[in-house]
Design a binder for this molecule. Structure first.
Ligand code: SAH
Length: 262
């Protein structure tokens, strides 16, 4: 008898940014897997069981959740933000890919959530208004040389970048190194947004130029958005500046924009 598994995004932390679809999936499940602080955000009923674990054990957690669902359980795996962005949905898919055939019969739903870069961008204005990419700076699951290559490629291609997992106790130097690399490829005037704990009571948003950006301005709860040459900053008298990336590209060949499409 096969059960169900929902992989649910809880958003950045503000309960108002938790979708009705996510709340529904939580209400229907009986067994919960996820990192302790995420499970703690839910007001679970006494009949709902928690199987919280450390954040580093993604694949083991995915397998445990799938095994329980395959046995008929109504299982929910929770992630902060969106479950498909550097989170559990990919771990679940990987476990199904390599796992026993019966895991493919589980009724699986992935419920999206507001990912960190969107919550941070909204606080700053519209820095993701033009083309952008998201990069995890953690080299736990990929080599740093790949990250360096992607940073340079993204800077040269003119993408705004959102950095997830920017720094940790085990990786204190990487964000600073990333800024050093970017300073060789982008003007020092490019705006950099440090969005810490967006949507939570301890939220802090800071905007600096790339020339002043330092690794120590972020921690593990920060999503960093680095603009492009096109990204603008509007100073305001009594509010923090607005940062936006215009929809229309105004670069060196701006006069060619749109001609191709005609
Ligand atoms: N699935 C999550 C991301 C998990 S990776 C999502 O979609 O948001 C963990 C990283 O996400 C953190 O290191 C940080 O860079 C970012 N992050 C998560 N919640 C955040 C928040 N409320 N504010 C700012 N950054 C956040």
């Amino acid at each position: 008898m096969s059960g169900s598994l929902s992989v649910v995004g809880l958003g950045p932390g503000n309960p108002q940014q938790l979708t009705p679809e996510a709340l529904d999936a939580v209400a229907q499940a009986e067994d919960f897997f996820g990192y302790f602080p995420y499970i703690d955000r839910l007001n679970l009923r006494p009949d709902q069981r928690r199987h919280a674990s450390d954040n580093r054990e993604e694949l083991d957690r995915a397998k445990a959740a799938l095994a329980m669902a395959a046995g008929g359980g109504k299982v929910c795996v929770v992630s902060g933000g969106d479950p498909g962005v550097f989170a559990m949905a990919a771990a679940i898919c990987e476990a199904i890919d390599d796992g026993p055939k019966e895991w493919r019969e589980i009724e699986l739903s992935v419920v999206p959530g507001v990912t960190a870069m969107l919550a941070v961008a909204a606080k700053a204005g519209a820095p993701l208004g033009h083309d952008f990419c998201a990069i995890s700076l953690s080299n736990n699951l990929k080599p740093w040389s790949i990250i360096e290559k992607r940073l340079i490629a993204a800077a040269e291609a003119g993408f705004v970048m959102a950095f997830y997992n920017p720094i940790s106790k085990a990786r204190p130097h990487q964000l600073g190194e990333a800024f050093d690399i970017l300073r060789r490829h982008l003007p020092g005037t490019v705006p950099v947004i440090f969005g810490r704990a967006a949507g939570r009571p301890d939220e802090a948003i800071r905007i600096v130029n790339l020339s002043e950006a330092e690794g120590g301005m972020a921690d593990m709860a920060t999503c960093v958005i680095v603009g492009t040459e096109e990204t603008r900053l509007i100073e305001r008298p009594s509010e923090r500046p607005l940062v936006y990336s215009p929809r229309t590209w105004r670069g060196a060949n701006a006069s060619a924009v749109g001609k191709e499409a005609k």
